[in-house]
Design a binder for this molecule. Structure first.
Ligand code: SAM
Length: 266
């Protein structure tokens, strides 16, 4: 059997990083991948679902001719966020499996064997996103077959520092990307530049009074974008106020920040 015959009829999937929210942040590679897609899978959850789904649909409208593709929306299962401490990992594991069930069904039901599907991933698929792990889990189950590729996207981290016109690291120094949950355990050792994502609790407040600067952004790349930077002691109360107001107004918030410990002589 020839190689061509063997690959005929295999479902193809693009995992496309779509940037932090601005349709102009889609790369040319992402636009090419969008244009070769028959079925878009859009999964969101919670209060942000309607807004994030609309932002993705706006991106499709901005870059694709009308019609010629289908959009399949599904609800992501909520994660059990009450599970703390040692229960945290199993809760994430259960949640991944529940998502794998949904992805498996979507691919099997909605994507014909000669079609191309795409998952539109916020920012870059390599950063705090489980789509790649879930697709691997689906493949391991062996019930549905497909091949997939990954299109990198502009992460919210890149978008944040670009908007603040600063770099991530200082000369020859490391930078660490972490979560609010981890930052609550302490400022990472040996690192003075820390990017914090997935922080529902404004953990930066624990580091006031410590010669730290903050570069903060919410809804980066969208019309609701809010940016604040400066010495943490001055910026923290402002961020708290703006964050609370925005959360109240929209019902959800996505924010990321860089904490930069001032070195002697800075
Ligand atoms: C599940 S992670 C996904 C990250 C994404 N893969 C990326 O590359 O940016 C979600 C977190 O990303 C950050 N985030 C994503 N988009 C954002 C945006 N437009 N503005 C600010 N933060 C954003 C927030 O910290 C949020 O809690």
């Amino acid at each position: 059997m020839s190689a061509v015959r063997q690959t005929r009829g295999v479902r193809e999937i693009h995992v496309i990083g779509i940037g932090a929210g601005d349709p102009d942040q889609l790369t040319l590679q992402a636009v090419k991948a969008l244009r070769s897609t028959d079925v878009f899978f859009i999964l969101d959850k919670g209060e942000a679902k309607a807004d994030l789904t609309r932002l993705r649909r706006d991106m499709l409208d901005a870059h694709l001719p009308e019609g010629g593709y289908r959009v399949v929306e599904a609800r992501d299962p909520e994660r059990d966020r009450t599970a703390g401490g040692s229960a945290y990992s199993p809760a994430v594991g259960d949640w991944r499996s529940a998502r794998a069930d949904i992805y498996e069904q979507l691919i099997a039901r909605e994507l014909a064997e000669d079609e191309t599907g795409a998952f539109l991933v916020w920012g870059d698929p390599s950063l705090y996103d489980s789509t790649l792990g879930i697709l691997e889990e689906v493949l391991e189950r062996g019930t549905v077959s497909f091949v997939y590729d990954v299109v990198p996207g502009i992460s919210s981290v890149s978008a944040l520092v670009a908007r603040h016109r600063t770099g991530l690291n200082r000369v020859a120094r490391p930078v660490q990307i972490t979560t609010g949950r981890r930052l609550a355990e302490g400022f990472p050792e040996g690192v003075d530049d820390v990017v914090v994502m997935l922080d529902a609790h404004q953990t930066f407040r624990a580091y006031t009074g410590q010669d730290v600067d903050i570069y903060w952004g919410a809804y980066i790349g969208t019309p609701d974008e809010i940016l604040v930077s400066g010495p943490l002691d001055e910026a923290a109360p402002r961020i708290e106020r703006l964050r609370a107001e925005a959360r109240e107004r929209k019902g959800w918030i996505m924010d990321t920040y860089l904490l930069r410990r001032r070195a002697v002589g800075d």
